[in-house]
Design a binder for this molecule. Structure first.
Ligand SMILES: NC(=O)c1ccc[n+]([C@@H]2O[C@H](COP(=O)([O-])OP(=O)(O)OC[C@H]3O[C@@H](n4cnc5c(N)ncnc54)[C@H](OP(=O)(O)O)[C@@H]3O)[C@@H](O)[C@H]2O)c1
Length: 243
């Protein structure tokens, strides 16, 4: 295992939710973090949460624009680890009703942007570094109806990471697949119905509760620290795949 003390980590999606949770955990381990999101307001709020420090840098950039991605990597310079949780809520219509343009936009945002990020990360990472992508429980337990698009996209990260691990070694490439996590994205998707959904699932989950970002952050930390883990998907879902 390699310590994160003094390491530079670029986190797309670090201004909120799971990414912000990882930024906090990495800072506690002595890392310097570059958090990226589109909204300057969210970045400012995140910097407040993380506390004033020369080890925290907010970068406003949109992963769907390659020029933005290039600028973000340039700003961070040579990095030890790259990870991304960036994304927006998936389309959730049943297959007969999907809006093809919106579906194409979602796939472009989630998958093509991940390829853009990997392209630039491959040049910015120091030897021995890592890339970590985010999939999710929807690949194993797709919502019915309406889960086909998100399941297909989320599952594709396993194949993407395995192929990249072969191509880019010794740079390590992995995926974290979280179960439900209590983040602002969840509020945006289900609004006031969140508490009902959480209560119902928590009662069935072996873990007995829904995760907070701090519960899933250790999976990302492990994948950065463990210099012998590559091409792997780490599931951290409180047992959600078992029920
Ligand atoms: N929460 C869950 O229960 C859960 C479970 C399984 C998997 N996941 C997956 O985990 C990822 C993160 O979820 P979360 O709940 O942490 O979401 P979140 O709270 O909404 O955070 C998303 C982060 O991504 C950034 N972002 C979104 N679009 C971006 C873009 N085009 N370019 C750069 N940054 C962008 C957001 O900032 P800006 O909006 O300012 O850009 C924000 O910092 C999602 O992709 C989700 O599918 C979540």
């Amino acid at each position: 295992m390699t310590s994160l003390d003094g390491k530079k980590i670029l986190i797309f999606g670090g201004s909120r939710g799971i990414g912000l949770g990882v930024a906090k955990a990495a800072l506690e381990r002595g890392a310097e973090v570059f958090i990226v999101g589109r909204s300057p307001e969210k970045l400012k709020a995140a910097e407040k949460v993380l506390g004033k420090s020369t080890k925290v840098h907010g970068i406003a950039a949109d992963m769907t624009k390659e020029a933005d991605v290039a600028r973000a990597f340039k700003q961070a310079g040579a990095i030890d680890h790259f990870m991304t949780t960036a994304g927006t809520p998936p389309p959730n219509d049943s297959i007969g009703d999907i809006d093809i343009d919106a579906t194409r936009r979602f796939i472009d945002e989630k998958m093509i942007s991940s390829m853009t990020l990997a392209k630039h990360a491959s040049k910015a990472l120091k030897r021995g570094g890592s890339m970590t992508f985010t999939s999710g429980i929807n690949k194993d337990k797709p919502p019915v109806p309406g889960g086909s698009v998100v399941a297909a996209v989320a599952q594709s990260f396993d194949a993407f990471a395995r192929a990249l691990a072969l191509e880019l070694g010794p740079t390590r490439v992995n995926v974290v697949s979280p179960g439900w996590v209590d983040t602002p994205m969840f509020d945006e998707i289900v609004g006031d119905a969140k508490h009902g959904y959480f209560e119902e699932l928590a009662a069935r989950l072996p873990s007995g509760r829904i995760a907070k970002p701090a519960d899933v952050a250790p999976a990302y930390i492990y994948l950065m620290e463990s210099d012998f883990t590559t091409g792997e998907t780490v599931h951290i879902d409180g047992g959600h795949r078992l029920i």
